[in-house]
Ligand binder design. Structure first.
Ligand code: F1P
Length: 344
């Protein structure tokens, strides 16, 4: 109901949200780690669905350079904890030129009373509940939903929403609970697949479009909780170098939704298969990736669209890292060398 009503949705970002969103000409997203990956998904959404430019950068770099911020930018920080020092420092830097450039700041955060929420003009709370483990999981899913709502709110305020665009976003979000439930049902198969990672040193994750940031997040989770070196590549980039890594010893995880990029992706997979890579493919019911030979295919979703695909496909990747970590006996909740809030 809340999504269908214009004013209720827009004002959930703050009282002045509608006035601010009307003036926005581009979005700049700043975040770290998992939160950065949700921002990268949003870039595809903003540019592809409503045609609004969206730039995304890790706070740990942004804060140490002299970035050019354009007039009428909506400066969005994303953070589970709201205390990440790099993200806060980037926000402080931009606040110095806020008036002069008509910049508004918004934070998407899971902790109501945090440094980021205190320092931002607009606040959107993700309501993910407490994140017990160090590695963000629920936070990521809820950040993506928050960003889809931001896309709707900005699109509506600027008069950029057509019926078709509304349908892509709103209908997608309404289908989400059922789709996530279905993705979770594959846990037993994923647990079985996890066995082929436990004795490996490295893994590759491939995706195209929004599945590229989802692949990056899948690789980060494997690094964070299973201590396996993992890299993510946009599938089209393989031929520009990473193909040299492929042999029988490397598991290659690919996400294959049934979208316009599927045929290209299938030909990328053939290149990996021909070089003996051990393929694990999470696909949509209708994607029909050939499962012969060294390809193991899981039909993880059915009929996902532009909004629902990244949110849903992330679930099997999180489960995969979780089960690899359990097999390796690493501490899923308290990985070595990591802190929940990186405040330095
Ligand atoms: C950012 C982050 C997490 C990561 C780990 C270290 O935190 O990089 O994504 O899983 O906990 O910090 P935040 O800004 O989202 O709180």
């Amino acid at each position: 109901g809340r999504i269908s009503q214009d004013h209720v949705l827009v004002s959930s970002f703050g009282h002045q949200a509608e006035e601010i969103f009307k003036q926005v000409n581009q979005i700049q997203i700043i975040a770290c780690g998992t939160s950065y990956h949700s921002g990268l998904v949003a870039k595809y959404w903003f540019e592809d669905i409503i045609g609004l430019p969206c730039f995304v950068e890790v706070a740990s770099e942004y804060r140490y350079r002299n970035p050019v911020v354009l007039n009428n930018t909506l400066f969005v920080t994303i953070s589970q904890s709201g205390e990440t020092a790099d993200t806060l420092a980037a926000l402080q830097q931009v606040k110095k030129i806020k008036q002069e450039k008509n910049i508004a700041t918004l934070c998407i955060c899971n902790v109501p009373e945090s440094s980021l929420t205190r320092e931002s003009d607009l606040i959107f709370l993700t309501h993910a509940g407490p994140e017990i483990g160090v590695a963000s999981t629920k936070a990521f899913t809820t950040q993506l939903v928050a960003l889809a709502l931001l896309l709707t709110a900005v699109g509506r305020s600027k008069g950029l929403m057509t019926e078709k665009r509304e349908n892509i976003i709103v209908k997608g979000l309404q289908k989400l609970p059922g789709l996530i439930q279905k993705a979770l049902e594959h846990e037993d198969v994923i647990k079985e697949m996890a066995k082929c990672f436990a004795d490996r040193d490295s893994a590759l994750f491939l995706g195209r479009g929004t599945m590229y940031p989802i692949a990056m997040e899948g690789a980060l989770k494997l690094k964070e909780i299973s201590y396996i070196h993992a890299e993510a590549y946009p599938a089209g980039e393989l031929k520009h170098g990473p193909l040299a890594l492929i042999d029988e010893a490397i598991p290659v995880v690919t996400i294959a939704p049934n979208d316009d990029l599927l045929e290209k992706l299938k030909s990328n997979l053939q290149e990996v298969k021909a070089r003996g890579g051990q393929m694990i493919v999470f696909e949509d019911e209708k994607s029909n990736v050939d499962s012969e030979g060294n390809m193991r295919v899981v039909k993880a979703t059915s009929n996902v669209g532009r909004i629902t695909a990244p949110i849903t496909f992330n679930i099997p990747l999180q489960l995969l890292s979780y089960h690899v970590a359990l097999i390796k006996g690493t501490d899923v909740d308290q990985p070595r060398n990591l802190a929940k809030s990186v405040t330095v």
